[in-house]
Design a protein around this ligand. Structure first.
Ligand code: ZN
Length: 190
């Protein structure tokens, strides 16, 4: 799933109107699992490595795969969640809950790029038949599932959030999702 999708979905599921102080921790938790990916991509672009090589070769190098495994670990997120609940640290608990939710959202939508979600217990990867982007693996339907979840989450958030900023961002991301879906899957000429 794409990072903005995680953010909208996690805020809708974990956020509560009377607990606005948890909004940022939930957002940060929805970004952290993908943080290494952003660093990887920024570094690769900066090194002038061609786009195809970045995603077809470098992404799968053991060095980067080991780093991605840490951020995508369900056991680590679960450990953090329990630890911070016991220590009564609500913000850190929210970060870990949001990371855990991110992993559960990725689990059914990754094929070739499936994460080692159970590291360090095992290197097993759940290879889902559906990808959130790869048209060789029902990407069209995976992307539609993500788009629909984002729309649902947005309705929940629209009712909860009243500021112009947050509503503007909700509209912006839904617009982006629609454009990406239309260009990627509904235009046969492209
Ligand atoms: Zn992810």
């Amino acid at each position: 799933m794409n990072t903005p999708g995680h953010s909208l979905l996690n805020l809708a599921i974990l956020g509560r109107a009377p607990r606005p102080e948890l909004t940022w921790p939930i957002l940060i938790g929805s970004w952290l699992p993908d943080a290494a990916l952003f660093v990887f991509y920024a570094w690769a672009r900066w090194s002038n490595i061609p786009e195809a090589q970045i995603w077809d070769e470098m992404y799968y190098e053991p060095f980067w795969q080991d780093i991605f495994a840490i951020g995508n670990s369900i056991p680590l997120a679960l450990f953090g969640l329990v630890l911070f609940m016991v220590l009564k640290r609500p913000r850190l608990t929210a970060v870990c809950a949001s990371m855990l939710l991110h992993h559960l959202e990725d689990l059914p939508l990754h094929h070739d790029d499936a994460h080692r979600h159970f590291w360090p217990l095992t290197d097993y990867r759940f290879i889902s038949p559906v990808s959130y982007w790869d048209s060789d693996h029902f990407g069209r339907y995976g992307a539609l599932a993500e788009l629909s979840l984002v729309a649902l989450a947005s309705i929940v958030l629209w009712r909860r959030l009243r500021s112009r900023w947050s509503r503007g961002l909700i509209l912006l991301f839904n617009g982006l999702y629609l454009v990406v879906y239309f260009v990627g899957y509904l235009q046969p000429s492209l």
